[in-house]
Write a new protein. Structure first.
Length: 332
């Protein structure tokens, strides 16, 4: 009886050991994604999506934080070109979201330099580690913006082959993408995600608009005819996930819904979600220019964009109805 019990105990212990060993092996085999800008609005959502999809995540930030089971934190100093190299050497993929908020401050000459350098020099810092150690990333995925097509109003639908603009927004995105293209030059699959207006809970553009619209003081801006290509944050994260998984994704992709939303229709829909109709006149463009300077172009201009290229690879947008998406974003 003692021997049989011992044998049963040993078998149970062996089974437990095998399960633990397998779980550790699976953990070790997880692919690692290095995210820059991981503490931002999109970065936080993307981190959760990646972990839920079976990846581990490394995040580069200016200050050190304690690691968790699935998230590893590393530091870098873009201005002084310093970085914990292990962050890059450990990564299978890099998703580059870092960049100074383009809508945070007036576009002075100094601010423009900060906006450009925060994107360009951060890419170059990661590239320096890749070249130094001949690191073979499976993919480098960089954020970009539909601003590459310029701060212009018009009816033309911009595709990824449309000519970039030579205004400030266009130049920022071109330099951003040129920095990303340096990874392609060393043989790394490179994807550039040209993002539209990102909608989501608790952050992004809605965080600025909702206090005004809650008080029933919201209205359209300028002519109201400027287009506002948008995307729900979970769909955007889905595109980044697709960029990791799909080896056929290469080059630039527009990431926005092509539903012809204008500032006027967006404003009316947001007011409708709050249960009222807009009765106030549009905010005059000249007033915005006085307050915001050149940065007012962000809200008084807008381009239409095509999402056919990403959809042609089989990607499916789950959120295409603006009213329903706003209700999701504003639900508690």
């Amino acid at each position: 009886m003692f021997n049989k019990t011992s044998v049963m105990l040993n078998k149970n212990l062996i089974s437990i050991f095998v399960v633990v060993a397998k779980s550790k092996k699976l953990s070790i085999m997880k692919k690692n994604v290095l995210i820059t800008g991981g503490s931002g609005f999109v970065g936080k959502h993307l981190t959760r999506v990646l972990i839920d999809s079976g990846y581990t995540v490394s995040i580069l930030s200016r200050s050190k934080r304690a690691d968790t089971v699935d998230i590893f934190y590393y530091t870098w100093d873009i201005q002084n070109q310093l970085i914990e190299e292990e962050a890059v050497l450990k990564a299978d993929y890099v998703i580059h979201l870092a960049g100074a908020n383009i809508a945070e401050k007036r576009w002075t000459k100094k601010r423009k330099e900060i906006v450009i350098n925060s994107r360009k020099r951060s890419s170059e810092l990661i590239l320096s580690v890749v070249k130094k150690h001949n690191k073979k990333l499976e993919a480098f995925v960089s954020a970009s913006g539909i601003g590459i097509y310029g701060a212009i109003n018009g009816e033309a639908i911009c595709t990824e082959n449309s000519r970039p603009a030579n205004d400030f927004l266009g130049m920022v995105c071109q330099m951003w993408e040129a920095a990303a293209d340096q990874f392609a030059q060393v043989g790394i699959r490179t994807v550039k995600v040209r993002t539209g207006l990102v909608l989501g809970k608790d952050d992004g553009i809605l965080n600025k608009l909702t206090p005004i619209f809650k008080l029933r003081l919201g209205s359209a801006i300028g002519s109201g005819k400027q287009y506002m290509p948008w995307i729900y944050v979970e769909d955007l994260c889905g595109i980044y996930l697709e960029a990791l998984k799909n080896p056929n994704m290469n080059g630039a992709f527009n990431a926005a819904i092509n539903d012809n939303t204008t500032n006027d229709s967006f404003s009316k829909t947001l007011a409708k979600v709050y249960g009222y109709s807009i009765r106030l006149p549009n905010v005059p463009s000249f007033l915005l220019k006085l307050v915001m300077g050149e940065m007012s172009k962000l809200v008084v201009t807008g381009r239409r964009v095509s999402s056919e290229k990403i959809q042609g690879l089989g990607f499916h947008f789950r959120h295409t109805n603006l009213e329903n998406t706003l209700k999701i974003c504003l639900s508690k």
